[in-house]
Design a protein around this ligand. Structure first.
Ligand code: ADP
Ligand code: MG
Length: 461
């Protein structure tokens, strides 16, 4: 405990640390905790899984002044971009609160607000929440923000980007101007922080991740694939990486649902999380995944940031993230707190630009990988066949070529069978083949070989 003890924490806060089972502060905790205790505004950038939650929650909860009025609104407000992350932080805060005697409350969308209103009326020192619900409760008069003396934006770069910014601005506007403000993320830099200077006062910059690198023990691979073959590739990859706790990231809700169907059809007990699911469905999917009742879990970017699930060994970017920063967060769901992990990103020819942006951000080329058991030539042939069938509807020449090609496939299959038979029973098979042998120079044989060559040539196009 010696190291935590050097960080100016109270004895009760140190008790909370030992309750959490931690002995050594992580680098971001070592830097941020004393500064937060001093009351400084902080912009902290540290790798995914490096213990940022404790780095802000512990010192801020430790230094909360005792409340003069139990009905007063929260004095520490922690904003997060997703409901699951808010609930996760609530869990950490509750453990700390047991030692520090603070009242913790969490408000997120997707659930009946009545219980949250009731909890707020009972009094909360620490409030964790998502912006939408906080604004609703504030506007309906159930939540006062006038006592917020400490404000944290976790995943700050996301909270301050275009989608969330108006809501966050409204919340900050309702908080007192004189307050301590902390921004935390794995992907925020001094430049972004300067942009938000007006919300802060002389912030201390703690940059433990200047290159915006993913967690260091995550092995990263890129797998090149045509987008039509992604399901087969995933099937082969999951078979190869058997039994790993896996998160598969996709771009949209629809794609998540459709991939879930594929996983069911391959016999996986899978689950999925996206914003189209009810909060109860999202919660139970995450709980079942944490308890190893379901695996893999398919998710959109709602699960990309902050979520700390033990033992995730594999992240698959089934769809490449459109923003390079999101790559770091997605990949950061594995390799947490010093554990090892693997991340595979499927790359289609049309994803070249996104890949270049990611490689530019992380500063190196992602190693290319070939998945064993994934017969890419087979899939190429399937694609060529499907494409030709579609085009053949409008092009009689292609239709003829397709027929020839299919006949050719049938013929090769017959030949393969005959070879197999010959191997099994050499004497009878020899007699049978010699009877049907075509004279190589006959006009019939010449016509057949010319036709086959023509059809193969068309398919190569
Ligand atoms: P981040 O927000 O940086 O992504 P989290 O705060 O979610 O990371 O913490 C990641 C994991 O590290 C959690 O499981 C947490 O319990 C663990 N952790 C946090 N601080 C320590 C520490 N000092 N020693 C060991 N593990 C820690
Ligand atoms: Mg975090």
């Amino acid at each position: 405990m010696a190291d935590f003890a050097r960080l100016n924490l109270s004895d009760r806060a140190l008790e909370a640390v030992s309750k959490l089972g931690f002995t050594q502060p992580t680098p971001v905790q070592e830097k941020a905790i004393p500064k937060a205790i001093q009351g400084s505004d902080i912009v902290a950038c540290a790798q995914t899984g490096s213990g940022k939650t404790l780095a802000f929650a512990l010192p801020l909860m430790d230094t909360l002044e005792p409340s003069s009025n139990p009905q007063e609104g929260p004095r520490l407000l922690i904003l997060t971009p997703t409901r699951e992350l808010a609930q996760q932080i609530e869990g950490v805060c509750r453990t700390i609160a047991e030692c520090l005697d603070r009242r913790v409350c969490c408000v997120v969308g997707g659930v009946d607000p009545a219980g949250q209103v009731h909890a707020l009326q009972a009094g909360a020192d620490v409030l964790i929440g998502t912006p939408g619900r906080i604004i609703d409760l504030h506007e309906s008069g159930s939540l006062s923000l006038t006592s917020v003396g400490k404000l944290v934006l976790d995943e700050a770069d996301r909270m301050l980007d275009m989608g969330f910014f108006p809501q966050v601005q409204q919340i900050i506007g309702a908080c007192p101007q004189k307050r301590q403000t902390l921004l935390f993320s794995a992907t925020i830099d001094g430049k972004a922080a300067r942009h938000f200077k007006r919300f802060m006062s002389h912030p201390v910059l703690i940059d433990q991740n200047p290159g915006h690198l993913p967690a260091s023990r995550v092995r990263q691979f890129a797998v090149e694939v045509d987008h039509r073959c992604k399901p087969q590739l995933l099937k082969a990859l999951l078979a190869q990486q058997r039994r790993q706790q896996t998160i598969i990231f996709v771009r949209t809700k629809r794609r998540a649902d459709s991939l879930l169907e594929h996983l069911y059809s391959w016999g996986y007990k899978a689950a999925c999380i996206h914003s189209g699911r009810s909060q109860a469905q999202r919660r139970s999917a995450l709980d079942d995944f944490a308890m190893h009742k379901v695996n893999p879990i398919v998710a959109t970017d709602v699960l990309a940031r902050g979520i700390d699930l033990e033992g995730i060994g594999l992240v698959v970017n089934y769809d490449i993230p459109l923003q390079a920063d999101d790559y770091i967060h997605r990949v950061g769901r594995t390799g947490r707190a010093g554990a090892a992990g693997c991340a595979f990103t499927f790359i289609c020819p049309e994803n070249k630009r996104e890949l270049a942006q990611i490689e530019n951000l992380i500063g190196h080329q992602i190693e290319r990988y070939h998945v064993q058991g994934f017969a890419s030539q087979e899939s190429d042939r399937a694609i060529a066949k499907r494409a030709t069938r579609r085009n053949a509807k409008n092009d009689p020449e292609l239709a003829a070529a397709l027929r020839e090609y299919e006949a050719h496939l049938k013929k090769s299959e017959r030949r393969r069978q005959a070879r197999k038979k010959r191997k099994e029973n050499p004497s009878t098979a020899k007699a049978a083949t010699s009877r049907h042998k075509e004279k190589p120079d006959s006009p019939q044989a010449k016509r057949t070989s010319a036709r086959t060559a023509r059809s193969q040539k068309r398919f190569k196009r």
